[in-house]
Design a protein around this ligand. Structure first.
Ligand code: ADP
Length: 461
């Protein structure tokens, strides 16, 4: 409907404008012709006395002398004296003749006052009046009025109008047909998109819009397909995450169940056995507490809207504190901690979150480095970024595992790493925190030779 309205409205406006131009043009032409003739007529009349004009044929003779080709034959000529009394009328049939009558019409009086005028009168027919004053050497002596029927002009205008509207109607019908034919083609891809969106809204996320054109629809379809792919990924990650969490919590729960049932199932359990089992239960509970704490920390950094608590901090001091806190663990594992500060760095960051992120990585270095190894933490900066490098001489990470270790619950060696007490969430928390600070983290590692984690964070948040 909009397309039809859009094409028909200008057409209608165009028709109306054209018609009014045509009408104006024809009428003006008639008026011009009549005006010229009226001047000529008034000149001729000036040369004769009113007495001479009283003869009924006198006007027709005068008309012949004006111009045979000027179309005056269709024109009624009326001559009026200064008192608005009709002296002569070319319509000399006794019944119609106005001779002897006084014409008190505005246009006549105006002409007698020296103002010539035109008037288009619309009665049963269209009649055009032209009134012009007659002057001789002594001044105004009367007026001549030319009256002509212009109905035929209006008839031809009407026939042009009918033809124009018929053409417009034909064009309109053509537009309607074309719109019906093309709108289906235009709307078909939209319908397809709507169908896909409807199926997605009831949970079928594997929907894709087929792309078979190179227009705006295909851009929309491509963007939409990208979005659905991301949605699917998010959904997959969410499912994996839930199943991982359940799995991680199920292991200690099963252990607790087995341990407690074995105490309950036996009578007279020796004190030291039940104590040992209780200790195992306690350490499984610790493990669950660790997992929940890490999960909570992860949820916190994942909630992007929760703004960071940004403040200026002394990075060197912060790293020294972390190393101090981890030194008992390092001593226990006989791993040497080395601190190397190339320069003092002050930067804008959330101290608590960043300290946890760095501490996780240093702790990993200690955990995954055998006795006698070293973990070196270095601080450096350029004019824009702070760099924190954590390098160990531990077991390293195989190349194909390097981009996976940041995934939640991902462990390189499932059984061994669980024994070390890790939850598999540490690196996920660290990376999310660093990304929140607009930074990046990179690994360089070789199996058996050690690993190096390079953190880069802009000093101005
Ligand atoms: P976890 O709590 O198990 O340490 P992380 O997310 O911190 O979990 O680390 C994920 C996995 O990446 C670890 O289980 C371990 O297999 C591997 N990893 C992390 N840091 C190191 C390291 N410095 N050297 C060797 N392997 C590492």
């Amino acid at each position: 409907m909009s397309y039809i309205a859009l094409s028909m409205v200008p057409l209608l406006i165009f028709n109306m404008t054209i018609m009014s131009f045509i009408q104006e043009y024809f009428i003006n032409q008639e008026i011009d012709e009549l005006r010229v003739n009226a001047y000529r007529m008034s000149d001729v009349v000036t040369g004769s006395t009113f007495e001479q004009l009283q003869d009924p044929w006198a006007l027709n003779r005068l008309r012949n002398s004006v111009d045979q080709h000027s179309g005056l034959w269709d024109v009624r000529i009326i001559v009026i004296d200064n008192n608005a009394r009709v002296i002569a009328d070319s319509n000399h049939h006794v019944l119609d003749s106005l001779v002897g009558q006084t014409l008190l019409q505005t246009r006549v009086l105006n002409a007698l006052n020296g103002q010539n005028s035109n008037l288009l009168y619309r009665g049963e027919e269209y009649v055009l009046y032209r009134t012009t004053s007659i002057r001789d050497a002594n001044g105004q002596i009367g007026a001549v009025m030319l009256v002509t029927d212009v109905s035929d002009v209006f008839d031809s205008i009407a026939s042009i109008r009918t033809r124009l509207y018929l053409y417009s109607l034909a064009v309109g019908l053509l537009v309607v047909v074309l719109v019906f034919l093309t709108s289906h083609r235009l709307i078909a891809p939209l319908r397809q998109i709507v169908r896909v969106v409807q199926r997605m809204s009831i949970g079928q996320l594997n929907q894709r819009i087929p792309i078979n054109s190179r227009d705006e629809y295909s851009i929309l379809a491509r963007t939409f397909n990208n979005m659905t792919e991301k949605l699917e990924q998010v959904e997959k990650t969410r499912e994996e995450f839930v199943s991982n969490v359940s799995h991680e919590l199920k292991t200690p729960l099963t252990a607790i169940k087995v341990l407690s049932e074995s105490i309950l199932g036996q009578e007279n359990v020796p004190e030291e056995v039940s104590r040992e089992f209780m200790q195992d239960i306690s350490s499984e509970v610790d493990r669950m507490v660790n997992i929940t704490n890490d999960l909570l920390a992860l949820v916190k950094v994942d909630q992007r809207e929760q703004s960071l608590n940004i403040d200026t901090l002394d990075l060197n001091q912060m790293v020294e504190d972390i190393l101090k806190r981890l030194s008992p663990l390092a001593e226990k594992k006989k791993v040497i901690l080395i601190y190397d500060e190339a320069r003092k760095v002050r930067m804008e960051a959330d101290e608590i979150k960043l300290a946890l992120a760095i501490s996780n990585i240093v702790e990993n270095g200690i955990k995954y480095t055998p006795r006698g190894g070293t973990v070196k933490v270095a601080i450096d900066s350029d004019h824009q970024n702070a760099y924190i490098t954590i390098q160990d001489t531990g077991m390293g990470i195989p190349e194909d595992e390097q981009d996976k270790i940041f995934n939640r619950f991902y462990r390189v060696d499932k059984t061994r790493d669980r024994d070390t007490g890790g939850t598999g969430l540490g690196l996920a928390i660290s990376r999310s925190t660093i990304l929140l600070h607009n930074g990046s983290i990179r690994i360089s590692s070789r199996s058996g030779e050690g690993s190096m984690f390079i953190i880069k964070i802009p000093m101005r948040y």
